[in-house]
Design a binder for this molecule. Structure first.
Ligand SMILES: C[S@@+](CC[C@H](N)C(=O)[O-])C[C@H]1O[C@@H](n2cnc3c(N)ncnc32)[C@H](O)[C@@H]1O
Length: 340
């Protein structure tokens, strides 16, 4: 297992921790303590695996159950897309094992991950398998626990907010809306052995939103294919990059323009692509401003989603931007805020 020791994650102290994140962890620890006192927690005599969805990035989107399991676990096996602020919430003395996964660079092959979980649990450990989003949505969670089920190893599953839901909420693009879409379909552009052959008849239904995971590298091809199969080239479409995170960026356009706009913006992923007339609602419903503009002119032009900011916040930002005193950055609930 020399291979694995190299992959062991950064230590707790090295990770950034915001006040909110630490408060949440303390609350989860207190809850667990209370459960122990009330005798509600039965310490297992054999190991167990908790397959937990960590959501798309913002730690505030974790479930209370996820937080509780994060305090119980002796060892945490986690993926690339789990945000560092979420790792901050894991019990301080838990061992951390990074098992990565980029498209072409798998830190540990899938079968090895399943075997690792089984081995750790058979050593009597409480193992937290922490995955981005929801473990059962394009997350291979099912494959991992199949191995455990076959070996009779106890496990439980905790859902997380899937990327499409997080991106939808934080970009102001509802996935369904009675005036626009009665259905929403989640698809992945990436299959087990490369790009997926999508079922276009299913995708091209009227009054339906399509949310595409893992599609950024095929964006141009996907948009062209929508048009070639009969979709209106002017249909609204969006890419939500790093959804719910402080670096969230949203590019909107049409099936014709989106790929060029996304390229120009230099998006790097992870992204969810949203296709459908619901995208047009963003102008009215956008509420999340992860970044603020560089100049007062940018603010007036409404760049980076600032159009939806309340006037009072706009005035505060304008005053700070125009101040001759060097600007100091401070965090606000809505994102980065400049203070003079
Ligand atoms: C292997 S899939 C895992 C999906 C995950 N199980 C879920 O439910 O969200 C990874 C893909 O999820 C999407 N994704 C995950 N986090 C995201 C985020 N914060 N913003 C946008 N897309 C995200 C991207 O399409 C990414 O390529």
């Amino acid at each position: 297992m020399k291979h694995l020791s190299l992959l062991t994650a950064r230590k707790q102290e090295e990770l950034p921790a915001s006040t909110g994140v630490l408060a949440a962890r303390r609350a989860a620890e207190a809850l667990l303590e209370l459960e122990r006192e009330c005798g509600e927690t039965v310490e297992p005599s054999v190991g167990e695996v908790y397959l937990v969805g960590a959501g798309p990035g913002d730690p505030d989107l974790l479930t209370i159950r996820a937080l509780r399991l994060m305090q119980k676990a002796d060892v945490v096996v986690y993926d690339r897309l789990v945000d560092p602020a979420i790792l901050d919430l894991i019990r301080g003395d838990a061992e951390r094992i990074y098992v990565g996964k980029r498209r072409s660079d798998h830190a540990l092959p899938q079968e090895e991950i399943s075997k690792l979980l089984a081995r750790l649990a058979s050593e009597g450990k409480r193992v937290l398998r922490l995955k981005g989003g929801d473990p059962f949505i394009f997350g291979r969670g099912g494959e991992e626990i199949e191995t455990l089920a076959e070996r009779g190893i106890p496990f439980q599953v905790c859902p997380g907010i899937t990327a499409a839901a997080g991106c939808s909420a934080y970009s102001g693009i509802p996935l369904t809306h009675r005036d626009h879409a009665h259905a929403c379909i989640f698809v992945t552009a990436q299959g087990k052995n490369g790009a997926v052959d999508l079922d276009w008849n299913v995708l091209l239904q009227p009054r339906q939103t399509v949310a595409i995971y893992m599609g950024l590298t095929h964006l141009g091809e996907l948009m062209r294919e929508f048009i070639a199969r009969g979709a209106d080239p002017e249909s609204p479409a969006a890419v939500v990059d790093n959804g719910t995170r402080r670096g969230q960026r949203v590019v909107t356009g049409t099936l014709t323009t989106l790929a060029a706009k996304a390229r120009e913006a230099g998006l790097r992923g992870p992204t969810v692509i949203i296709v459908g007339s619901v995208v047009s609602l963003r102008d009215k419903l956008n509420w999340f401003s992860p970044e603020l503009p560089d100049t007062a002119d940018d603010l007036d032009a409404g760049v980076r989603g600032t159009a939806a900011m309340p006037d009072i916040e706009k005035e505060r930002v304008r005053a700070a931007l125009q101040s001759p005193v060097p600007r100091r950055r401070a965090r606000s609930r809505r994102g980065e805020c400049f203070l003079a």
